[in-house]
Design a protein around this ligand. Structure first.
Ligand code: SF4
Ligand code: SF4
Ligand code: SF4
Length: 346
């Protein structure tokens, strides 16, 4: 295990760790934009530069492995000046429309600009202008806000295994695009949206529905399948306006298209909110007590007339483990039959 010093502090880092990882283990902050702990290092944004004794120029800490006896300095007037210049260069080709941006208040670039006090920009010049809108149904791609960090490309390749997007063109014309610049037509998992550090990728459905400060976050479990991914509902008033997922959960922050974008049913006015009983061929709304009494009476009648095995219970893979456990317990223990199954058998 290599022993190094970072800002004079001795750190034991695991073999193969990068200087950035070692610093974060020692709770020493190094700013980054392109780095993501679950993706391979890129070294693209250059914000994580540090000084290492014996190396005549700053190096990117996210791509430099630790070695025995290394002496690292993460912050100095020269390093901070370089970081500020890097940020100014990025922001010189950025719309800076935080007032209406979906990510304002939850944007790493905005946070960095605040930290480094960037107000005036000495690099004002030509800016990229993209008028073409992507017609895909889920993901708003605002390429003018893209800082070319490459996180979206990496997550699509390394986590989702789809490779729907990549770097295209070179220099000032470089951009993240699909093959032949067609509209995005992929799995729409939204992993790229979740790792984007700016407002370049957002959900079309949550446009102008409320930003981070406007919503209440409620952690829950996705009900679409038995995997049980952890999700966070962003609730404004009584409406779910967005779904995200935390990185410290069993699904590590990743979701599928249903979990991330299939939430509109929650607020649909077509949803049943009261039980229905069919009488004379027509459904009538009834209270929960009346519905439960009806179910209990019918089950009791059938059991008395034909035995418990005349009854079967079908549960759902869209329920949680706990709900399915309670259901099979009711069928087995209360009704008295092992006729219990669920819809995933289809
Ligand atoms: S991406 Fe960030 S910095 Fe850019 S406009 Fe949106 S909130 Fe502001
Ligand atoms: S939504 Fe998923 S599949 Fe589509 S580009 Fe983003 S990461 Fe790739
Ligand atoms: S779209 Fe977002 S994640 Fe992708 S390169 Fe641009 S800023 Fe980075």
């Amino acid at each position: 295990m290599p022993k190094l010093t970072i800002n004079g502090k001795t750190v034991d880092a695991p073999e193969g760790a990068t200087v950035l990882e070692a610093a974060r283990m020692a709770e020493i902050d190094i700013p980054t934009l392109c780095h993501h702990p679950k993706l391979t290092p890129f070294g693209g944004c250059r914000l994580c530069i540090v000084e290492i004794k014996g190396i005549p120029r700053p190096v990117t800490s996210c791509t430099t492995p630790v070695s025995e006896g290394m002496e690292v300095t993460t912050s100095s007037p020269q390093i901070e000046d370089l970081r500020k210049t890097v940020l100014e260069l990025i922001l010189s080709d950025h719309p800076n429309d935080c007032m209406v941006c979906e990510r304002a208040g939850d944007c790493t670039l905005q946070e960095m600009a605040y930290t480094y006090g960037i107000r005036e920009n000495k690099f004002a010049g030509e800016r990229r202008v993209y008028e073409k809108k992507d017609g895909n149904p889920f993901i708003e791609r605002d390429l003018e806000k893209c800082i070319m960090c490459g996180r979206c490309v990496k997550v699509c390749r390394e986590v989702q295994g789809v490779e729907a997007i990549d770097f295209g063109y070179r220099g000032f014309k470089a951009k993240i695009c699909t093959a032949y610049e067609k509209d995005l037509n992929c799995e729409f998992c939204g992993q790229c949206v979740s790792v984007c550090p700016t407002g370049a990728l957002t959900g079309k459905m949550w446009s102008l529905k409320g930003r981070k400060k406007d919503v209440r976050e409620v952690d829950t479990t996705c009900a679409y399948c038995g995997t049980g991914c952890n999700i966070t509902l962003h609730v404004k008033g009584n409406e779910v306006v967005r779904v995200t997922s935390r990185e410290d959960t069993l699904n590590e922050g990743w979701l599928c298209v249903k979990g991330r974008f299939g939430y509109k049913f929650i607020n649909s006015p077509d949803r049943l909110t009261k039980p229905l009983i069919r009488r004379d061929g027509r459904f009538e709304e009834v209270s929960w007590e009346e519905a439960f009494d009806c179910i209990a009476n019918k089950l009791t009648e059938i059991k008395a007339a034909f035995g418990a095995d005349a009854i079967g219970g079908l549960s759902s893979a869209r329920c949680t483990n706990e709900e399915n456990y309670a259901f099979q317990k009711m069928i087995r223990a209360a009704v008295g039959t092992n006729n219990v199954d669920h819809c995933a058998r289809l």
